[in-house]
Design a protein around this ligand. Sequence first.
Ligand code: ADP
Ligand code: MG
Length: 317
Amino acid sequence: MPGEFRIIEEFFSRDTKADGLVLGIGDDGAVLRPREGFDQVVATDTIVAGRHFPASLAAEDIGWRALAVNLSDIAAMGATPRFAFLNLTLANADTKWLRDFSRGFFELAEMSKTVLAGGDTTQGPLSITVTVIGEVPADEAITRSRAQPGDLVCVSGTPGDAAAGLELLMQGAGLDHPLVQRFRRPMPRLQLGANLRGRATAAIDISDGLLADLQHVLKASGVGARIELDRLPVSAALDEYSKDAKDFVLAGGDDYELCFCLPPAQLQVLQADDNGCEITVIGEIVAEPELAIVDADGKRYEPKRHGWEHFRMDAES
Ligand code: ADP
Ligand code: MG
């Protein structure tokens, strides 16, 4: 079994030359030089085996997800990722596991032009913390707090798929099932996030479920929302999987899609851009600070599922 330094050298030290990286892996600290005129956005997230992902998940997928959940936060801020730091706690240094993990991690790192600039490697129960540093033109970061009555509430992609995929995975479904794929390989909406700068009044990434995360925006902005059940996007695979597909869309976690608020005049402009995903308007922001879901007749709808409580492997998260 390789020791700590062999692990770093063999699996994580890559050619880390990048603009703004004065010194990468190999010293006591990385040296980064911020670009003039840009703010830095820093996001960090820990994923723990048995809590955020099944311990049996393929190492490659764990590597991808550990980075993806952070890139999704960077996307929700309207930022572009630059550097990542990887804190890896492993029960034992299994070479095959490490090779697969680093393959998944670097696959997404390369796709998103994120450079691994450091980290830490320790022994213990499997847990991975990634920190991503992104950049955004000064004062242009998108927050949760500026949604206005009259704004359109939009979502990217088809939320709900990942929660259904996790259920399927636990039931032993094949890894290439389209819903399972959505759990294994969430695609951070970086292109969309960048396009939202200067247009969206608020944005958040959906990690705990659409309703739960939209609530954070409403609270931070001091507004409410009216969501129309009929407008929720449902993927063909999810529609086939569950007769309660809309409840998955409203409450399923782990999708890492973006939910954002847009002044109506901005919609066409945004849709004219290449966002890398579909965008659906699902309702609007209202002044009354309450989140209402209404059906086709305007009647209130009570979701059958409530976010992570139903989908997490453990009630706390
Ligand atoms: P120290 O003993 O000073 O904490 P380490 O031995 O932990 O140093 O790390 C040595 C170098 O390797 C540092 O540059 C650190 O950022 C990097 N490093 C350690 N673990 C990882 C990892 N899992 N991924 C990327 N870089 C790592
Ligand atoms: Mg260290």
